[in-house]
Design a protein around this ligand. Sequence first.
Ligand code: ADP
Ligand code: NA
Length: 332
Amino acid sequence: EFTPRVFSGIQPSGDLHLGNYLGALKRFADAQDQGIQSIYCMVDLHAITVPQKPEDLKRSTRELCAGFIASGIDPQKSILINQSQVPEHAQLAWIFNCVARMGWMGRMTQWKDKAGKNAEAASLGLFAYPALMAADILVYHATHVPVGEDQKQHLELTRDIAAKFNHDYGVDFFPLTEPVIEGAATRVMSLRDGSKKMSKSDPSDASRINLSDDADTIAKKIRKAKTDPDALPSEAKGLEARPEARNLVNIYAALSDQSVEQVLSEVGGQQFGTFKPLLAELAVTKMSPITSEMTRLMADPAEIDRILAHGAAQAREITAPILRKTYEIVGM
Ligand code: ADP
Ligand code: NA
């Protein structure tokens, strides 16, 4: 009975990289013309659960907005927002803080990973993070959330919160949101270690291709990417025990919108000395228009701020009535 609606958020912290592009931004852009209303959010309230320099946060938020648009998200078709500009997210999060149980939060693996052994020193916000994420999603009655494997547990918690709210208040108000899990092919691994995902938190800059890298840097990083001495196989089976080789082929396939099988039918038998320059050329061809569009957009921060203000106004047409109704259900 809930209208299909997609919500997804990305933290504005640090540079965007090829993993963010292939695993999130490009997928969002590809899905845009399916006619499902979609909200894409820069989650700055989540970013400050760990310390952020104010000027960096502001810049990263604009850069992320530029990254969404440069990747093909059209602010006329999708709603692009900065979380803190839509106050209903934080307002609903408080209600959910009172619905969620301490024990549920304590079981979140991301909390355990991020707080580490020194949980006493972690922010209360880091602990409550999943309740805010539930509010981000449910304040839109979003039915679908594209998430990576790492966010699956938080989405289950979102469903638990929705179900407990509905049960406690005897209503059928919040939907049980479905995850849309990314395929294995869009999991981009580190260029230096095929067992780790490409991530902005990796201290080695050579492990990732940043959306801000120029053509020479991209080519150099691919040339230096870790591989093995064997030629490329002609079938996917041949990549099974070769994570670094598989990663480069996956990247090629994702960038060229082909299957791994299609790519291998072309490049099977080639050595990396031949394949890497092809991959570098493809990556530069696909990434440089995005990089230059981001640079162009970043030259006019006021325009980005206007886009985000417009998005916030559109978003609040959805969130304000849902929050009002929630308050009413709670007795406020
Ligand atoms: P990071 O891991 O670099 O901190 P985030 O956790 O902020 O990136 O992820 C933002 C979005 O990009 C999420 O949708 C996430 O699933 C996607 N993403 C991040 N890293 C990768 C990757 N290596 N491969 C595929 N998708 C990724
Ligand atoms: Na992350």
